[in-house]
Design a protein around this ligand. Structure first.
Ligand code: ZN
Length: 601
């Protein structure tokens, strides 16, 4: 081997002595590293896209050179950039760039929002989704005491005539948040060819007025009449939507998003990356039914790079609570004939009926292996972890049973596989321990506590609610908890990605109004440090990226968030102040991608 050139030796020596100047240094801060070997520091130095040093202000000052940018934090709080483990980027972008009706359940606001959206979007473009009515039955911020109030008149039923005048040039096809009904304006009905004489398809309803004319409200299979004439969204529209999501991320201090979008969305991410506009890293999770194709193409765990990476395969066992489709052993209180339903990926195994006969003493593995199990095996062999949605206690039981059998058969029991249960929302008391035994990651959404306690006990009763969002029990059992916003969800009425809402919910288990005062099942609260862990180090680990990010440690990517408030301190003493905290800087790969202003300045 030839001797190293002198210049290289000198520069290596300078680097070793800490003399190499950094590109960016932050000093005089309260730096919370989430690194157990050094939890707190005063500053850090960044070279290129990496953290070069973490230390006292005096230590970090030594890293400055003539071209170094210095940010004096003046006591501001720094943490690793937030890693949102559960984002629907496509739906979030559609709401941000389109129309957001989550908090709408009366005519004036509906008209105002449609008018506003129509004035922003080019003539001819469709106004879709919206998701009206999410706060109609139970008001936002309510802890459930007033549940049922305001429903005497029945749900808000809109009519095309309310919005026709404000949307003459835009076809409108918006949905109620639970997809139980849709509203088309006259232009959309015309484009779809829906008239007085149109007959609704089986399982659908075209609502008509006294004179027999369609009101614009379509239910069930009738929605397809309009849906099928909506053109697929083009790349430019997609780019607009992703840009809107990236802006929300920057403004919230979010530096990684673990996405759940459809596959086409990846084209937009690549395009924005080529343009240098990607300001957050994105973890991609294609649907599990594609596992065979991807394995055939040679894709395995970790494919991609620090910006775009394949980290899992997404699937679903059951539905969601919002429309009472989460699968439970016992029926819902408000509908005793219903205990939820299974999602399509479970088929065509033909075991829907079988699963629906299970009691809390049963295990799904007494049935022959089905479709989900077959697909999880394919994923297991490719090394890409399954990330499977399970909400009800029976939904979770089925998934745990399937995971246990596949892990046993594939020799993965006790191994480092990082398989996930998405939501793990209602777990049967007998099943908590299995999260530890099967070494599972629980990908949970803390803000849903604040938002869902409005109606949770009314739907499933106090006894089952005890094991709802039971983060402490999951953690004690050995699950690795990771947090996501589940944006847009119903929370989009209030916020999209800002992680302070999730931190607040996890440490208080209260509504945004601070109810109930002692917290909803307060024994399940987490400490602020645990909540931080679940929003930074945990999700990085769960994506096999713990060497790259998740803590502020020299050598890792320089992804960080700076707030005007010490989130750890207020998380302990006055958690409501978490909600007032403002992001001052978001830094991704050493680049300042967002600069905010402190409150009141
Ligand atoms: Zn979700």
């Amino acid at each position: 081997m030839r001797a190293l050139p002198l210049a290289l030796i000198l520069s290596l020596a300078a680097a070793a002595a800490g003399a190499q100047p950094a590109d960016l240094v932050l000093i005089n801060g309260r730096v919370y590293t989430v690194d157990a070997s050094r939890p707190w520091a005063e500053g850090l130095a960044i070279t290129g896209d990496r953290i070069a040093a973490v230390g006292t202000t005096a230590e970090i000052r030594k890293r400055t050179g003539p071209t170094t940018r210095t940010i004096d934090l003046a006591g501001a709080f720094v943490s690793p950039g937030f890693n949102d483990a559960h984002v629907h980027m496509d739906a979030t972008g559609a709401l941000l760039a389109g129309v957001n009706l989550l908090d709408v359940h009366a005519e004036p606001l509906l008209v105002e929002r449609i008018r506003g959206t129509a004035s922003r979007l080019p003539k001819g473009s469709w106004i879709v989704r919206g998701d009206w009515g999410a706060y109609e039955q139970w008001g936002a911020g309510s802890a459930g005491a007033a549940a049922g109030a305001g429903t005497a008149a029945g749900p808000f039923t809109p009519d095309r005539r309310m919005i026709d005048a404000v949307s003459p040039d835009h076809p409108v096809f918006v949905s109620r948040f639970d997809r139980s009904m849709f509203l088309a304006n006259s232009l959309a009905l015309k484009l779809a060819g829906v008239t007085e004489t149109t007959v609704a398809p089986p399982g659908g309803e075209i609502v008509k007025d006294a004179s027999g004319r369609p009101t614009g409200v379509l239910k069930g299979a009738a929605a397809e009449l309009v849906r099928k004439v909506i053109p697929p969204i083009g790349i430019d529209e997609r780019l607009t939507q992703v840009r809107a999501v990236l802006r929300e991320a920057r403004e919230g201090g979010v530096t990684t998003m673990q996405d759940l979008s459809s596959a086409e969305q990846v084209l937009a991410y690549q395009e924005l990356r080529r343009k240098g506009e990607l300001t957050a890293r994105i973890n991609i999770r294609p649907q599990l039914y594609r596992a065979e194709d991807l394995a055939t193409l040679g894709f395995s765990r970790g494919f991609g790079d620090d910006w775009l990476r394949l980290v899992g395969f997404k699937a679903w066992v059951d539905g969601i609570m919002g429309n009472s489709a989460a699968l439970f052993f016992e029926p819902f209180f408000h509908n005793p004939r219903n205990r939820g339903s299974l999602r399509h990926v479970m088929f065509p195994e033909g075991q829907e009926g079988a699963a629906m006969t299970m009691t809390a003493k049963d295990h799904y593995t007494r049935f022959a292996p089905g479709n989900l199990e077959r697909l999880i095996k394919v994923a297991a062999r490719s090394g890409v972890p399954p990330h499977v949605h399970a909400i009800g206690d029976l939904g979770n039981r089925i998934l745990l049973d399937v995971y246990e059998r596949v892990q046993t058969e594939e020799g993965l029991l006790g191994k480092d596989h990082r398989w996930r249960v998405i939501h793990a929302q209602h777990v049967h008391p007998d099943d908590f321990a299995r999260f530890g035994q099967l070494k599972l990651v629980a990908e949970v959404n803390p803000y849903h506590i604040s938002d869902d306690m409005r109606w949770m006990e009314e739907r499933i009763g106090n006894e089952r609610a005890r094991d709802a969002y039971a983060f402490r029990k999951l953690k004690d059992a050995g699950a690795v908890l990771i947090f996501g916003s589940d944006s847009p969800g119903t929370n989009a009425a209030r916020y999209f990605l800002s992680p302070v809402y999730g931190l607040y919910a996890a440490v208080t288990r209260q509504t945004l109004k601070g109810e109930p005062r002692e917290g909803w099942f307060p024994d399940q609260r987490l400490t602020i440090e645990e909540a931080f862990e679940a929003y930074t180090r945990g999700p990085a680990w769960a994506s096999f990226e713990e060497d790259q990010k998740g803590t502020l440690t020299p050598g890792k990517l320089a992804d960080l968030a700076v707030f005007d408030t010490d989130l750890v301190k207020v998380g302990k003493t006055s958690p409501a102040d978490l909600l007032k905290a403002k992001v001052l800087y978001t830094i991704v790969g050493g680049k300042v991608v967002y600069e905010g202003r402190p409150a009141g300045r």
